[in-house]
Design a protein around this ligand. Structure first.
Ligand SMILES: [Zn+2]
Length: 236
């Protein structure tokens, strides 16, 4: 695989169709086909305040939002079972294709170009993986999402301050309560003083119950004066 193929995948990751030079030239869509681009299950949460992602994180309560120091939260796509997005996210996470996260995040920015969601941010923090999980997988998919955002905005990515200190079991078959106990105190912040007063965007691939993100934000409250925003590729 050449560098060009990594930068510009030539088949659509959603349907497998070949992406022609003409499409790239005329439609300016480089990494998925025009049909799949048209049918991405967009949330349009960039223009919606009080959207379902924010609601999941805050229970729809402004006092919780305030206590979390959460500025805004949004997801780019709805995660739909049996939709190709399910398979694309699966490949991104487990099948060694993290560049899909880079491309999807980049696409979110291109689609949200007229919105202010990514303005006024100092730093992007990808949801950390536990070192053991990172070794098994070989990469952190959230880091690729962060890099996709960083590429077009120039906002730096920080992977050194927020750490996952407890390895939690895979969440697929757990009930809500089990998840809650599993991710409690799973995160730690080192040298929080270095991030003082920053507006930090925390990014993840998928928000379902929101427990993991809430737990991470809770740990990050140690950072004095910091404010937080959340971007997820998908909202289940
Ligand atoms: Zn396609």
């Amino acid at each position: 695989m050449s560098l060009f193929d990594i930068l510009y995948p030539r088949t659509c990751p959603f349907c497998g169709r070949y992406i022609s030079d003409r499409q790239i030239r005329e439609e300016h869509i480089e990494w998925l086909c025009v049909d799949c681009w048209k049918h991405l299950p967009r949330t349009e949460q960039d223009i919606l305040r009080d959207n379902s992602t924010e609601e999941t994180l805050t229970d729809g309560r402004s006092e919780i939002k305030q206590a979390m120091r959460l500025e805004k939260a949004a997801a780019y796509l709805f995660f739909e079972k049996e939709h190709p997005i399910q398979w694309v996210i699966h490949r991104m996470k487990y099948r060694d294709q993290p560049m899909l996260g880079f491309w999807l995040a980049r696409q979110a920015l291109l689609d949200w170009r007229n919105e202010t969601f990514f303005e006024d941010l100092d730093l992007i923090v990808p949801m950390p993986l536990h070192p053991k999980r990172l070794r098994e997988r070989g990469y952190n998919q959230a880091e690729y999402i962060a890099l996709g955002i960083s590429e077009l905005t120039g906002i730096p990515v920080d992977t050194t301050h927020v750490l996952r200190v407890r390895n939690t079991p895979k969440q697929a078959r757990q009930t809500g309560d089990e998840r809650k106990t599993n991710v409690a105190n799973a995160f730690a912040v080192v040298h929080p003083e270095e991030l003082k007063d920053k507006h930090i965007l925390v990014v993840d691939d998928l928000i379902t119950t929101g427990e993991t993100m809430r737990s991470c934000l809770k740990a990050m409250k140690r950072i004095k004066g910091a404010r937080f925003s959340v971007f997820a590729l998908c909202k289940a």
